[in-house]
Design a protein. Structure first.
Length: 410
């Protein structure tokens, strides 16, 4: 059975009308009138095909098509409809309307459903509204509380707690959410890639093998500050000269790991005192390190530490500190096989890749066997009004999602 791509394109256009910046991309925060209207549209579509519809305690919207199995579980798909400021109309939204289109197609055909099929729309995935992301999926998995909603504030200083109340939700219900991972058989999220791999390699779809983990490090190298004119080169302990050698060697360390999921970025460098005629006293820089394999990330850090030890031997004082961390989530191997079979049976061009960005599946995947599907972002553009995915690729993404879910709910 084929999904109806015209319906999906129409859904995307309709959702894009619920938008506070219609002339300049799409802006839609959770608990706003635009988001409420968008959810009303989705609820209408869910009810039209007989889905049970409900909100959970944080305002995530769920729709369920019941299966008939005695020991049935839930197969889930979905994403988010909140956006960044002046974002695109595909990020998150495609995963929601794709999951909805799967439900419509399932409701019309004779595939026997043993398991339940659940479409879920998570609030506040993006982050700019309250300065933190993935709130809906965290609350769904019991990682976000009513007390936390009282601490988060929007740019006007109103708390998430107050804003939820104003929008007609009861934030006290966040703490009453119940989550039993054993009830879930699978979660599959369709999403735009937001990078340029698929578009550059002319593939219609990407199988996401995992969402990379992240470590943020802060490195400090302290040398000896002195007069730039009066200090001969042989008497210097200049943290810039040796620190920059270390920084420029980081790509070589990453390459030596033989793990193409690893990326490392030095995005912020600070010098003290940062003056033209003074040999700096210290150099400080950050490293954003990501990869799917925790052990490999730790090895990269070990190598950097050993190079810092060499600098210590030269007389420098060095420190390295981890300032943030997110765990990697590996996709479920059985689900990946089913996805690959679905793609190959239709002859679509595909590649395997990792997600460098976080998604609702980053949270859900810790508890539920999960996988993601990526469709190409033209020129790799995302989080801007230029964000675009072709209708042909959207059709492939939704069809693979449907074929995969058909196999999972049997
Ligand atoms: Zn997204």
């Amino acid at each position: 059975m084929k999904i109806n791509v015209e319906r999906v394109m129409s859904d995307l256009e309709i959702l894009n009308t619920f938008n506070t910046t219609p002339e300049n991309g799409c802006t839609r925060f959770s608990f706003t009138i635009e988001e409420t209207r968008a959810k009303e549209y989705i609820i209408g579509e869910m009810k039209a095909i007989g889905m049970d519809v409900w909100f959970d305690g944080v305002g995530n919207l769920h729709g369920l098509l019941k299966g008939s199995g005695e020991n049935k579980k839930i197969v889930m798909s979905g994403s988010h409809i909140d956006t960044v400021v002046n974002g695109g109309k595909y990020d998150g939204n495609l995963g929601v309307v794709g999951a909805l289109e799967v439900a419509r197609t399932l409701s019309k055909n004779e595939v026997k459903r043993y398991h339940d099929y659940q479409v879920s729309i998570f609030i506040e995935e993006e982050g700019p509204h309250f300065g933190t992301n993935l709130i809906g999926s965290k609350a769904f998995c019991k990682h976000f509380s009513t007390a936390q909603s009282k601490k988060l504030k929007d740019s006007n200083g109103n708390t998430m707690y107050e804003i939820m109340k104003e929008a007609g939700y009861n934030p006290e219900d966040i703490d009453t959410i119940s989550f039993d991972p054993s009830r879930y058989k699978a979660m599959i999220e369709l999403h735009i890639e937001q990078g340029r791999v698929l578009d550059s390699e002319k593939k219609s779809i990407g199988i996401v093998k995992g969402i990379v983990g992240l470590k943020w490090l802060k490195v400090m190298i302290k040398g000896e500050s002195n007069h730039a004119g009066a200090t001969p080169m042989r008497y210097r302990l200049d943290p810039v000269v040796d620190g920059c050698k270390l920084i420029s060697n980081i790509p070589n360390i990453v390459k030596s790991m033989d793990d193409d999921s690893i990326v490392a970025t030095v995005g912020k460098i600070e010098l003290f005192p940062n003056q033209t005629n003074i040999i700096p006293k210290f150099l400080e820089f950050t490293i954003d390190l990501r990869g799917i394999n925790e052990e490999n990330l730790l090895t990269v850090i070990d190598i950097i530490e050993s190079q810092l030890d060499e600098l210590k031997d030269k007389g420098f004082y060095c420190e390295i500190e981890q300032i943030a961390e997110a765990k990697a989530v590996k996709s479920d191997l059985e689900i990946l096989d089913i996805i690959e079979d679905s793609i190959k049976s239709k002859g679509y061009s595909f590649t395997n890749l990792y997600s460098g960005a976080n998604h609702d599946t980053s949270i859900l995947g810790e508890y539920i066997p999960s996988a993601m599907l990526f469709v190409p972002s033209v020129n790799g553009r995302s989080h801007c009004k230029e964000e675009f995915t072709t209708k042909a690729d959207i059709k492939v993404g939704c069809q693979v999602l449907y074929d995969t879910i058909c196999k999972l709910i049997k």
